[in-house]
Design a protein around this ligand. Structure first.
Ligand SMILES: Nc1ncnc2c1ncn2[C@@H]1O[C@H](COP(=O)(O)OP(=O)(O)OP(=O)(O)O)[C@@H](O)[C@H]1O
Ligand SMILES: [Mg+2]
Length: 386
């Protein structure tokens, strides 16, 4: 098992900064995902780890060994590419065995018999026993996916790298294969990096998730921490539903109190330990729709008043859209809440469920002592997306 350490990685293509200031440690035996929208740099980062790209700057370690300049075939990684990249004219067996043909163990080539044995083991692992003789074009999408996985696993890699491995499969197969990948990953305890742009997939399979945007890793943490303690507005928005209400900090004591539109105030907490909030600072109050409920008269004072603009009945809940001044917000209420457009509503939200976030995206994190991005003044980043 191998721990992967990425130190200040940067990779550009001409003018395009594909990924920058990546600092993270992927623990041995864990499954980490790179999650983010199209073009955010996921494949680039994966290919840097595989060795298909050399970074412009920064270093990559597998345990204590630096591999930054080591070519892919010497890193002992297994990779599934975004489009499988299987050879259509070859049989399943030959596709899977190809990597072994090239590989030498202590200077010795694998014998034909050894290749056959390893390929059969890999086929068993991905549950394609007996299909070795078929040609690739005689397989379904899901079976091709399994071949690609077997090909990555047959070399007994220290590190497994999977680039959107399920993107070509239908919803049902995707869930089935996802479970297979988790089973194999846990069975073999391979340090695995998994690329996806599907947040549900990421949350359900990962030990840790790296949420990326514009080439930056905005947060790298457990699924639970990503959801409950987002470090940027982008992360809060990308993972799950979130309503954002703009405001200005009025006071800071145990919690943070924020002035929001229509002369209202609301109190919340910070999710970023060590961020130096200041009175007068413009912030966003991030609230999950399920954390709002209709206020009972005389209840707690942490309330928001708004005007209902739309309601959608979804069976187990009523989605209520409402406006607070110019801001559109959303609440998930009891299905029997009787509300119509134009109603004024009072919604209660516990202080611990109002997440006060700085604007300024990842650049705000540069003000947090101990954060990997803390005051890295060398950066000329413009990756602020509030
Ligand atoms: N070989 C290349 N030459 C030039 N630009 C590239 C190259 N590869 C990637 N890029 C650019 O770098 C950025 C990151 O690309 P990357 O492929 O890493 O994104 P991604 O997150 O994997 O996206 P997707 O979800 O669409 O696969 C994009 O702006 C992309 O256009
Ligand atoms: Mg990609």
């Amino acid at each position: 098992m191998v721990e992967i350490r990425l130190e200040n990685l940067r990779k550009t293509f001409g003018e395009i900064v594909a990924t920058d200031e990546v600092n993270m440690t992927l623990k041995e035996g864990e499954l980490s995902t790179l999650l983010g929208p199209s073009g955010c740099g996921k494949t680039t980062l994966l290919r840097l780890i595989a060795g298909f790209y050399i970074p412009d700057s920064g270093r990559i370690f597998f345990d204590d060994k630096e591999v930054t300049m080591i070519p892919p075939y010497k890193r002992n990684t297994g990779m599934c590419f975004q489009n499988y990249a299987l050879w259509p004219h070859m049989s399943v067996h030959d596709n899977i065995g190809y990597g072994l043909k090239l590989k030498r163990v202590q200077g010795m080539k694998y014998t034909k018999a050894a290749i056959k044995k390893h390929v059969e083991e890999a086929l068993d692992l991905v549950r394609l026993e007996g299909l070795g003789h078929r040609h690739i074009h005689q397989l379904s999408g899901g079976q091709q996916q399994r071949v690609a996985l077997a090909r990555a696993l047959v070399v007994e890699p220290d590190v497994l790298l999977l680039d959107e491995p399920l993107s070509n499969l239908d919803a049902k197969l995707r869930i089935e294969m996802r479970e297979e990948i988790i089973r194999i990953q846990k069975e073999l305890s391979i340090t695995t990096v998994y690329v996806t742009h599907d947040q549900h997939e990421a949350l359900s399979i990962s030990d840790r998730v790296a949420v990326m945007d514009l080439g930056y890793v905005q947060q790298f943490d457990t699924p639970k921490a990503i959801y409950s303690d987002p470090q940027t507005v982008f992360v809060a928005d990308f993972i799950g539903q979130c309503t954002f209400i703009d405001g200005v900090i009025a006071s800071i004591d145990n919690g943070i109190t924020v002035k929001i539109p229509n002369n209202q105030v609301i109190s919340g907490k910070t999710t970023i330990e060590g961020y130096p909030f200041e009175v007068g600072e413009t912030v966003k109050c991030a609230i999950r729709p399920e954390d709002l409920e209709l206020a009972r008269s005389g209840s707690d004072d942490n309330e928001i008043t708004g005007t209902v603009t739309r309601t959608i009945y979804v069976g187990n809940a009523l989605e209520v859209y409402f406006s607070v001044g110019e801001i559109d917000a959303e609440a998930m209420l009891e299905p029997d809440s009787n509300l119509v457009i134009g109603d004024s509503i009072n919604l209660f939200v516990p202080r611990t469920d109002v997440m006060i976030l700085p604007i300024g995206g990842v650049d705000a994190l540069r003000k947090v002592p101990g954060h990997p991005l803390y005051e890295t003044s060398s950066s000329t980043s413009t990756a602020s997306n509030a």
